[in-house]
Design a protein around this ligand. Structure first.
Ligand SMILES: NC(=O)c1ccc[n+]([C@@H]2O[C@H](COP(=O)([O-])OP(=O)(O)OC[C@H]3O[C@@H](n4cnc5c(N)ncnc54)[C@H](OP(=O)(O)O)[C@@H]3O)[C@@H](O)[C@H]2O)c1
Length: 229
């Protein structure tokens, strides 16, 4: 199976690449700066025939188009929209507009751009899956602590976009759903987070592997729970 993962140079994205290669899948791993993606380069030395590393910046449509060109007519079984930014937009009175817009571009528009560009490849695979990595912080129902405007609203918007994609792409037999990876020890999650990357990724892969049309349009959590929207 062929997987494409954004933000694959570190954290959860890199964890996906490692586990997928270990079990024999092929991966297109994308990063903003492939030349600096040392861990991906090391994996590519071990798996030259199953790992391609390509540039993709979620804020730059030209890089997304180049990835689509590179894939050509190859079927893509699973697209994992993982790359994202989490920046504090400040207290309510001092909200920083540029952080709000950048977060929306990277976390919401970016996954939509990638999904749109790679739709022909997904259509060529049988039972293709679009997996959008979201956060519980994007759950309206779960928001009891406020704040984090940029991150929360960009992930809530991604959730809504995914629900529409699930409906719109169903006739083409492509499923789409969001999944919360847990609070994971990465640069974004910090060192106090509850689980490591390996645990998060192995559990999410189990959910992705088992996902079918019933899963499409749902808000999954790494541990098998469903998250309220
Ligand atoms: N860790 C958690 O506890 C947690 C909890 C809930 C949800 N999540 C979600 O899980 C996913 C992975 O997060 P993580 O914890 O692995 O975070 P991370 O370690 O901070 O990694 C983020 C990844 O996204 C990439 N990225 C950022 N801006 C980008 C852009 N404009 N274009 C392309 N890639 C970009 C980064 O690339 P650079 O190295 O170039 O910056 C990096 O590869 C994200 O969607 C995040 O929102 C994480």
């Amino acid at each position: 199976m062929l997987y494409l993962i954004t933000g694959a140079n570190r954290g959860i994205g890199l964890g996906f690449v490692g586990q997928l290669l270990a079990r024999g899948d092929s991966v297109v791993a994308t990063a903003r700066r492939p030349d600096e993606a040392d861990e991906l380069q090391r994996l590519a030395e071990r798996h030259p025939d199953r790992l391609e590393i390509v540039e993709l910046d979620l804020g730059r449509q030209d890089t997304i188009d180049e990835v689509a060109d590179l894939l050509g007519e190859r079927p893509l079984d699973v697209l994992i929209n993982n790359g994202a930014t989490m920046q504090g937009a400040g207290p309510f009175e001092e909200l920083n507009d540029s952080i709000l817009f950048e977060s929306f571009e990277v976390n919401t528009v970016g996954p939509l751009r990638v999904s749109r560009a790679l739709l022909p490849n997904l259509e060529r695979a049988e039972g293709a899956k679009i997996v959008n990595i979201t956060s519980k912080m994007g759950s309206v129902a779960d928001n009891t602590s406020g704040g984090s405007y940029a991150y929360r609203i960009s992930k809530a918007a991604l959730n809504m976009a995914t629900r529409s994609m699930a409906i719109d792409l169903a006739p083409r037999e492509i499923i789409a759903f969001v999944i919360h990876p847990g609070w994971v020890r990465t640069r974004m999650g910090g060192s106090n987070a509850l689980i490591d990357t390996e645990t998060s990724v192995s559990n999410m892969l189990r959910i992705i592997d088992g996902a079918d049309e019933e899963t499409s349009g749902t808000f999954q959590e790494w541990n098998g729970n469903q998250v309220p929207w």
